[in-house]
Design a protein around this ligand. Structure first.
Ligand code: MTE
Length: 320
């Protein structure tokens, strides 16, 4: 995010579709059937060592889903921000294919009565996954519509019995430069850290993302467990979470620490507060026709009716 401004995006960044088309041509030339292509595009990272992504049976639909047209699987899984695998949009899907999201553990610490280290299955198992089709608005002024599979964060966090001093929740990504080659460069102060106020974390729109398009999360999208908080800029939605801390102090998130004038703790989508280097009034929908007009950005990314009440006493210009 430091590196590119939206109007600096070179055509070479918009490689997702051409790489995908080349891959299809390759598969066709190699004699793969249509079914073979479908299997390939739903594998963890389209690499040689492909592990099929399991499908969630009978997903519950959610009244919180938008009926806007969703982005394609290719858009969602080849145009990514995941600096642990490189800063280019196509690097996460190319470089995350060997990443091992299983087995996985999540450490829960801090102001709660049930801290502990929970295996992924114990963490997620008691909950019924549902589909949540949400808009995702990146601070870089592009957007997508993603059919996530998730579980309500409130239901999970309540199991750890947060106490009255738990005013915030801090999330941390795995630190493993062997598996995450981007962590060998000091682009950010690793590991990636994010935080929410406890009422934001407990809001019904906030989910732990565990899949997309009805399947397990691909590595490049933050396997096996990430945050999704759709009214905030995408950088709040931290990927590959290994640690959750209930705390009385407001955590300092990675982007806030790197560039405090540009990225704040709240990071609510707000068309009236520009980024110091670009306007936030409009956005480019990934996958749209190249001649399509940019679309206006909506306050709280269009989720104002549900979330504006969380901020009634907050100056959103100062608390960006
Ligand atoms: N989480 C980690 N650990 N590292 C990252 O670089 N990028 C963030 C967020 N979560 C990021 C991350 C940003 S800037 C965005 S826009 C979203 O992930 C992108 O999610 P997606 O690639 O699934 O679309």
């Amino acid at each position: 995010m430091i590196i590119k401004r939206p109007n600096d995006i070179k055509p070479s960044d918009i490689t997702a579709e051409s790489i995908y088309l080349n891959r299809r041509q390759f598969l066709r030339a190699a004699g793969f059937t249509a079914l073979g292509v479908a299997a390939a595009v739903t594998s963890r990272a389209w690499g040689a060592k492909e592990t099929p992504l399991a499908r969630f049976p009978d997903l519950k639909k959610s009244p919180f889903s938008t009926d806007e047209k969703t982005n394609s699987w290719e858009d969602v899984t080849t145009y990514n921000n995941f600096y642990e695998f490189g800063t280019g949009k196509d690097e996460p899907y190319r470089r995350a294919r060997d990443f091992q999201p299983k087995p996985w553990e999540v450490e829960v610490v801090g102001e709660c009565d049930k801290p502990g280290v929970y295996g992924y299955e114990d963490f997620v198992g008691p909950h019924t996954p549902e589909e949540r089709v949400y808009r995702l608005r990146c601070v870089e002024a592009w957007s997508m519509v993603v059919p996530w599979v998730g579980i309500p964060m409130a239901d999970v966090l309540k199991r750890f019995l947060p106490n009255s001093r738990a005013k915030y929740v801090k999330f941390t990504t795995l630190l493993d430069p062997e598996q995450m080659p981007g962590q060998r460069w000091a682009v950010l102060d690793w590991p990636y850290v994010e935080g929410l106020r406890i009422d934001e974390a407990m809001h019904p729109l906030t989910i732990f993302g565990i899949g997309l398009y009805g399947r397990e999360l691909p590595n490049q999208n933050g396997a096996p467990l990430r945050l999704i908080v759709p009214w905030k800029y995408g950088f709040k939605s931290i990927k590959s979470i290994v640690r959750i801390e209930f705390t009385s102090k407001q955590p300092v998130s990675s982007w806030e620490k790197a560039l405090p004038r540009e990225y704040g703790f709240f990071a609510n989508v707000n068309p009236d507060v520009d980024h110091p280097r670009w306007s936030q009034a409009s956005e480019r929908r990934i996958g749209a026709n190249v001649f399509a007009a940019r679309q206006p950005t909506l306050m709280f990314n269009g989720y104002g009716e549900q979330v504006a009440g969380l901020y009634k006493n907050l100056d959103l210009r100062r608390n960006y």
